[in-house]
Design a protein around this ligand. Structure first.
Ligand SMILES: N[C@@H](CCC[C@H](N)C(=O)O)C(=O)O
Length: 292
């Protein structure tokens, strides 16, 4: 289910980046993958790695898995400038893209319907009704080489899982396993082959739950374990289909924060799920400048 918070959104998003008012922000999530949104219609907001880390800090900041900076793009479309909680840049974020698109429609920056937007991973399309779930057309998805990932169980046992590299604009390693993924200890980073993934990787562990229904946990590059990863659900759906010799289908992917639907059809991947914006306000200007 999606929620609208138009009064708060209007206040924060229409204030621009007036220095006296502080930096306008909103807080949202997609299947509990949570984000601080920074609407920046003029494209003048400078954001440092330190500021991203400070804002995303769950004790001393607002707290989030990442920042969705909503900026004008070079081609007249809006640009989703995505930053991980550790300050690193990412090519794409599927859950963030749904929340970004919901923001644009709820605040009437764009009409409901279908529109394109930019990401570091290339142009994507959003389908956004007046209310309810948002669909993102996720661009090219490429299956890569077989690889391996090492992770620990809560019992302390170390395991090696076979997996498959999948490129969804950003890098993923999908391990479909019969081991119970609820027993994984993802407070510790899994290890992977750095020669296969020189820029790091998002790692998904998957149990098959039924026909075209899977459950996953994810350890995200630049964050740690999160409650969902949209690009990860697409990587999982493609790897799952490939494992059963298929290239098309509708897969229900369960994550810790809910579930999404991934449809693969005619070489395109569509991610559908909730996009919730629950609050808005201003980041204190002195605090923001202090963390520059
Ligand atoms: N949570 C995102 C993915 C965010 C970027 C990722 N951590 C990376 O570094 O590639 C999603 O919903 O796709």
């Amino acid at each position: 289910m999606s929620t609208r918070a138009e009064v708060g959104l209007t206040n924060a998003s229409s204030a621009g980046n007036a220095p006296s008012a502080g930096v306008p922000f909103l807080k949202g999530h997609g299947t509990e993958n949570d984000f601080v949104l920074l609407p920046d219609p003029s494209g003048l907001l400078q954001i440092s790695e330190a500021q991203v880390r400070a804002v995303c800090d769950r004790h001393a900041g607002i707290g989030a898995d990442g920042i969705v900076h909503i900026a004008p793009g070079a081609d007249g479309a809006f640009f989703m400038d995505y930053r991980n909680a550790d300050g690193s840049l990412a090519e794409m974020c599927g859950n963030g893209a749904r929340v970004f698109a919901r923001f644009l429609v709820d605040n009437r920056w764009l009409p409901a319907g279908e529109f394109s937007f930019g990401t570091r991973g290339g142009t994507r399309r959003a389908i956004v009704p007046d209310a309810g779930d948002v669909t993102i057309s996720m661009g090219p998805v490429t299956l890569g080489v077989a690889s391996r990932v090492r992770a620990s169980l809560l019992s302390g046992q170390n395991l090696e899982f076979p997996g498959t590299a999948v490129d969804v604009g950003n890098p993923h390693l999908v391990a479909i396993t019969d081991w119970d993924i609820t027993q994984l200890d993802l407070t510790r980073a899994p290890s992977y082959d750095q020669q296969v993934f020189p820029s790091g990787v998002n790692i998904e562990f998957v149990n098959i739950r039924g026909v075209d229904a899977v459950q996953m946990r994810v350890f995200e590059r630049g964050v740690g374990e999160t409650r969902a990863c949209g690009t990860g659900t697409v990587a999982v759906a493609v790897a799952y289909l490939a494992a059963s010799g298929r290239t098309e289908g509708l897969i229900v992917v369960g994550v810790l924060g809910g579930q999404v639907h991934v449809r693969i059809e005619a070489g395109e991947a569509y991610l559908t799920g909730p996009a919730v914006i629950m609050s808005s306000g201003f980041i204190d200007r002195e605090w923001w400048d202090l963390h520059r």
